[in-house]
Design a protein. Structure first.
Length: 1222
């Protein structure tokens, strides 16, 4: 690695971007050294080692890169030692919980909330079952049985087609072909596809084998032709069939279905249909049905669970009620989508029970043997692809032809010249062009004939000395510049080279000189390496160089690199990592005088954020004389085909979701692609004629790329898949099922998912599926999100929950403009939206944006609203459809009545909305740490002890400044957030919501009451009886005396000796609060009853809550409304009059909100019932209240030593308190 060639770049050896420091991407560390560091850290990540120490002698810059990589990978790193002995030690995060709060917050109830609580417990004292921690699911008043679902009527089914109907279909197809020249041309083109000669072999293999793998090169035609081959084969025999084809992406499913319908001469929705989320064409009458992997998986799992529940004998199940398929085609399996990998497990287990079912796997030729061996060596049909020759270039080549690797100005690194010298060069070039005064320019060339002068480009025009001399017809000066090594290939900002400048001015002699000059020579490997080094030192290697892309495009579109006929305007496909990079590149090109010309260039982004109708434009040929440039993510690698692409520009990057089971953190980061992806991207260029692929990474980097991308199932959280396993096979073990995957995830990742599902109440401690788990798994959302919906129903706050749930499942609707002034306006617009709902929340901004859009849409002003608030109308339309789908699902299950806005009377109450959001995010909660002196940025500590900052795009970015200017302190503030993102130099939370502790008390998994004085604390064995003491045997030399059982019982009694005695309330073993004994008892009983309400509504979704539960839920809503308000401003804002309805005095008369008719208060999905118990013999398993689990937990020990108050004390304290009140 680089030696000690740099001083210490600031505190910590220049870790990231700090005071006087630079980001790791700009560090002068060679690419080979960066690759070596990354490989060592990847090896460390895959090993069982806990610590890695790099050798001594690393430079300050090397260590900075190590620290940067560690941040992105979730490792802890620290430098130690001095001078040449300084080293970096890397360690993995501890699996344990983080430390508790540094400050203790006092929990209390407002006077209004306390009035509601007293009224509740005066009418409904805790029952004996509640005091003993037993499950108390009350039967419905009328003992009604849930209403059975009406049987669905059946229509035409492709599987029931008679031979006569099939014959008629075949005749109609033949007639259309005979009478349509367009279809005849299509048929002619189909016959030329590489896969055409394999048609008989494929149909024969499918008929004789239950599983067949078709490994075809990109472009061979397998995706569009194999389904038609099977359909024709079956219909020629007079046999009905229904072929379900899966695709990893929505755009793939729709575009392929539409293409096949066109080839058959039909409208989409007849013989060929598709079904994706929120959109479908066709139905059971369609013989070819295209779906996403998720849709097919949900159908099979739903059918499997139903048949399992109905049969209940041998554990076998089938999918007939879900898919009605004779053939299942799983396409693009090489992409290793998590749903596809999981689907393969399910299908492999299903095949023995469905000998009539045929499974066809289709993949690129990549790793075909792996999939074949997974299905017991199934036959492989290998189909070669036909692509025209593709010439491949790498970064070294691109730098040569664009001049970006020379000592000239660089778009990102700035001029190599000093600021003063650059200003002199600017003046010299301007004087030469505007005034024909070349004296200063020639003098500078004489004094310094290096390329940094010859190839210097004016910052406003991009003009060089050679361009100016050529444009002025100064032949001798041009000859001098060429002899000095001036670069002819450089282009000005209008895309013109020096030759273009000469031709435009009509200087033929100069043009001939430029054409004939042979000053260019092949670069030696040393020169190439030096050029690459200079370029990499002048740019941020962690960012996409959009200016380099622009310069390369100029060369591509002018035909100065390739020898292809530039009159054939082949499309250009540019692979970029994500949406922000696409927009940044698009803005750069649109600002160019060349590519901003819409009469010559058509810029089309291709991303899932782009509406479907806009996505379809990339498949259409542009008008004559216009070149199409597509800016795409990896969606264009293999999932779709743009058949007129000739040029590919590959940045070599991808946005990749990763998951670290050790820290239990998910991140979305830019990563390098694999060799397989690189090959796929190259293949996109040779579809219609010989093409060219430009990789914007070096040959060294290309050699170091991994062979394949890590399968998604190994880099994402697994809660949804684990819940699907239990729905599919309630009696099976989750870990055992998932271990059957082609590439199973880490056991720790599975355990983390199971623990979260147990915390949600979806699973019991022994992994039994609860009734709540069935409901959470049946909704098309993450289990945590589904539970948020249920709590939203229970608290009459469903509308905001629906919006946040859909935005979390899709994406938030805000557009990120590129221009500085627009960015500021967009941030202000977002702030305005959040403030209208109480502020200090990114989620509230999304809720307000949707509500505002919906209101504007009624008036026909949605476009104006979107423009004013920088919102994507396409995303809003998608969210609206997703909301309808979720709402219909809930209505069908009986949780809510049908209507436009059911269960949403409290949708504008900020305190209740924040509580519902907390239910959806928990346990992603952080404590806002006290503001340090001169500290401007807020610091959050998570449950794992990790310190994170708030992302600059967040509504809460300036939270510290707001607190310092207001009347509140940070001691009583928490934040809930979506996920942790590791950025360039910091660990961030982006979408977060500020709230008070009260909602966390209700949604948390565990609640423990302990003495305030730490000296009174003693350890308690959670596995033994509550009154027994756990003696710590881990440290035999510990001289600290341990109290005996009698002392423990006495101290337990003292902990709750009187209602006003101060106690510590510890939530989930890390959040510590202070409260009085009676307040702790009140929280405990309210938690129990809210969980009982959840359990009741899960079992009886269409029934009213019993009076004591309805009153308890209402009281909790009052507490959240009164005590969860955020007020950081010097002047308190007025409460919305429509928040909770009537005033405090009359609120208890409004309990009909929670006790009302069908579904009005429905089951709440709060997370408190996270710990589950065993149901009675006659009942199905239902989630048990969480607090009870705290005192009867198995295999868990409280982290810090503390006394646990006996459950009976809560009831005694409450009775004493109520007696005093009356």
């Amino acid at each position: 690695m680089s030696g000690r060639d740099g001083g210490r770049g600031g505190r910590g050896g220049g870790r990231g971007r700090g005071r006087g420091g630079i980001s790791a991407g700009w560090r002068p560390v060679s690419e080979a050294d960066r690759i070596s560091i990354a490989e060592r850290l990847e090896q460390f990540k895959a090993s069982d080692e806990k610590e890695l120490t790099f050798e001594a002698g690393l430079s300050n810059h090397d260590r900075a890169v190590v620290h940067d990589f560690c941040k992105k990978m979730g490792f802890k790193s620290k430098s130690f030692g001095k001078g040449d002995a300084r080293r970096v030690t890397v360690s993995k995060p501890s699996a344990g919980q983080g430390k508790g709060q540094s400050t203790t917050t006092c929990l209390s109830f407002s006077a209004e909330a306390q009035d509601a609580i007293v009224d509740l417990f005066c009418r409904f004292l805790p029952s004996e079952n509640e005091l003993q921690g037993k499950e108390t699911v009350t039967q419905p008043c009328d003992n009604a049985v849930p209403k059975p679902r009406r049987a669905r009527t059946t229509g035409r089914n492709a599987l029931s087609f008679t031979p006569t109907e099939i014959s008629r279909q075949v005749s109609e197809m033949a007639s259309r072909l005979k009478n349509s020249p367009a279809l005849q041309q299509i048929a002619k083109n189909r016959s030329k596809l590489p896969i055409a000669s394999f048609q008989d072999g494929i149909t024969s293999a499918v008929e004789n084998n239950q599983v067949v793998l078709i490994a075809g090169e990109t472009g061979c035609g397998k995706t569009t032709q194999v389904p038609q081959y099977i359909l024709n084969h079956m219909w020629q025999q007079g046999k009905p069939c229904r072929i379900v084809c899966t695709q990893p992406r929505r755009i793939s499913a729709t575009s392929v279905a539409e293409r096949i319908a066109t080839e058959l001469g039909e409208q989409i929705g007849d013989t060929v249909g598709y079904q994706i989320r929120l959109e479908s064409k066709g139905g059971k009458h369609s013989s070819l049905m295209f779906c996403t992997n998720g849709v097919v998986l949900r159908k099979i799992v739903g059918a499997g669970g139903n048949s399992k529940e109905q049969s209940g004998d041998d554990g076998s199940w089938d999918d007939t009620s879900g898919l009605d398929a004779t053939h299942i085609i799983v396409d693009e399996i090489h992409e290793r989508d998590r749903n596809a990998d999981f689907l393969l497990i399910v299908l492999r287990d299903l095949l023995p029970t469905r000998p009539d079912l045929r499974l066809i796997l289709m993949s690129a030729t990549l790793d075909a043997d792996l999939f074949s061996s997974y299905f017991s060596g199934c036959p492989i049909v290998r189909v070669p692809g036909f692509t025209y020759p593709v010439r491949t270039f790498y970064l070294e080549d691109v730098l040569t032809v664009t001049g970006s690797g020379s000592d000239s100005n660089n778009s990102q690194g700035g001029p190599v010249l000093s600021k003063e010298d650059a200003e002199i060069m600017d003046e010299a070039i301007s004087s030469a062009w505007l005034d024909d005064d070349f004296d200063l320019l020639l003098q500078l060339l004489t004094d310094d004939p290096s390329s940094r002068i010859c190839d210097y480009q004016h910052p406003l025009t991009g003009a060089t000395a050679l361009m100016v001399a050529a444009g002025k017809g100064r032949t001798e000066d041009v000859q001098l510049l060429l002899s000095l090594g001036a670069d002819r290939s450089l282009v000005s900002d209008d895309g013109a080279t020096a030759l273009d400048w000469a031709n435009r001015a009509g200087h033929e002699e100069v043009a001939d000189l430029l054409n004939s000059f042979q000053g260019e020579k092949m670069m030696t490997s040393d020169e190439e390496a030096e050029m690459l080094r200079k370029y990499q030192a002048s740019v941020d290697q962690e960012e996409i160089d959009v200016r380099l892309i622009q310069r390369l495009l100029v060369n591509v579109c002018k035909g100065s690199i390739e020898e292809l006929d530039s009159s054939q305007n082949g499309a250009v496909l540019i692979f970029l990592p994500g949406w922000e990079d696409i927009m940044r590149c698009r803005e750069c090109l649109q600002a160019s005088p060349v590519f901003g010309n819409h009469s010559q260039f058509l810029l089309l982004p291709l991303h899932s954020m782009v509406p479907a109708q806009e996505q379809r434009k990339v498949f259409q040929r542009p008008p004559l004389g216009i070149r199409k440039i597509v800016l795409a993510t990896n969606i264009a690698e293999s999932a779709i085909t743009i058949d007129d692409v000739v040029y590919v520009i590959d940045t070599g990057r991808i946005k990749e979701k990763s998951y670290d089971p050790y820290s239990n953190v998910s991140t979305l980061q830019t990563a390098w692609i694999s060799k397989a992806s690189s090959k796929q991207r190259e293949g996109r260029a040779g579809r219609c004629r010989p093409g060219i692929c430009y990789h914007l990474f070096s040959r060294t980097r290309a050699a170091a790329l991994p062979d394949f991308q890590l399968p998604e199932i190994k880099r994402t959280p697994l809660e949804e898949l684990c819940l699907q396993v239990k729905l599919l096979d309630p009696d099976g073990e989750i870990a055992s099922f998932i271990s059957k995957a082609i590439a199973p995830p880490l056991d720790l990742a599975v355990r983390n998912a199971i623990l979260l599902l147990q915390d949600l109440g979806a699973l019991t401690p022994d992994e039994k599926l609860t009734e709540l788990g069935k409901q959470l798994g049946s909704l098309p959302a993450h289990p945590s999100t589904s539970k948020m919906l249920l709590l939203g129903i229970l608290l009459n706050c469903l509308d905001p929950a629906l919006t946040v749930a859909c935005a979390a499942g899709y994406r938030e609707p805000f557009v990120l403009p590129m221009l500085p002034d627009q960015k500021k306006r967009a941030q202000q617009a977002r702030h305005e939206l959040a403030a209208s709902y109480g502020g200090y929340s990114d989620h509230l901004a999304v809720i307000a944006a949707y509500d505002g859009w919906e209101a504007a849409k009624v008036k026909g002003q949605e476009a104006r609203f979107c423009a004013q608030y920088f919102i994507s109308g396409g995303i809003m339309t998608m969210l609206a459809g997703m909301r309808r789908q979720l709402q219909n699902e809930l209505a069908q299950k009986g949780f809510i009545p049908k209507g436009a806005h059911p269960c949403s009377l409290n949708a504008r109450d900020p305190g209740i909305v924040r509580a519902v959001l907390a239910a959806g995010m928990y346990p992603m909660v952080g404590v806002l740490l006290p503001r340090l002196p001169n500290g401007q940025k807020a610091v959050i500590r998570t449950s794992r002890g990790e310190k994170v900052r708030i992302h600059p795009h967040s509504e809460n970015f300036k939270l510290n400044r707001t607190i310092s200017q207001g009347k509140s302190s940070s001691n009583d503030l928490l934040l809930v957030f979506d996920e942790v993102t590791r950025g360039e130099a910091q660990v961030y939370i982006k979408n977060c919501t500020l709230l008070k502790p009260h909602p966390i008390i209700f949604v948390a998994s565990e609640m423990v009451v302990a003495p305030l004085d730490p000296s009174e604390e003693v350890p308690v064995d959670m596995e033994e009886d509550e009154d027994e003491v756990l003696l710590d045997s881990e440290d035999e030399d510990d001289p600290k005396p341990r109290p005996g059982p009698d002392t423990a019982r006495r101290r337990q009694a003292e902990c709750m000796a009187a209602p006003d005695k101060g106690v510590a309330v510890v939530i989930d073993r890390w959040l510590r609060f202070t409260a009085t004994a009676v307040e702790a008892a009140q929280f405990y009983c309210l938690r129990e009853r809210l969980n009982a309400a959840v359990s009741f509504k899960i079992k009886y979704p269409r029934e009213k809550l019993p009076p004591e539960l309805a009153a308890s839920v209402y009281t909790i809503a009052c507490i959240l409304s009164f005590d969860n308000m955020i007020n950081l401003e010097p002047v308190a804002p007025s409460r919305p009059s429509s928040a909770l309805g009537p005033g405090t005095a009359s609120r208890m008369d409004s309990q009909a909100w929670f006790q009302g008719g069908q579904g009005q208060q429905s089951n709440g999905g709060n997370r408190k019932e996270k710990k589950t118990g065993v149901a009675s013999e006659n009942d199905k398993v239902v989630g048990k209240p969480a607090v009870s689990r705290v005192f009867h937990a198995q295999n868990r020990v409280v982290q810090s030593e503390r006394i646990l108050a006996p459950v009976e004390d809560y009831g005694r304290i409450l009775k004493e308190f109520l007696l005093a009140c009356t």
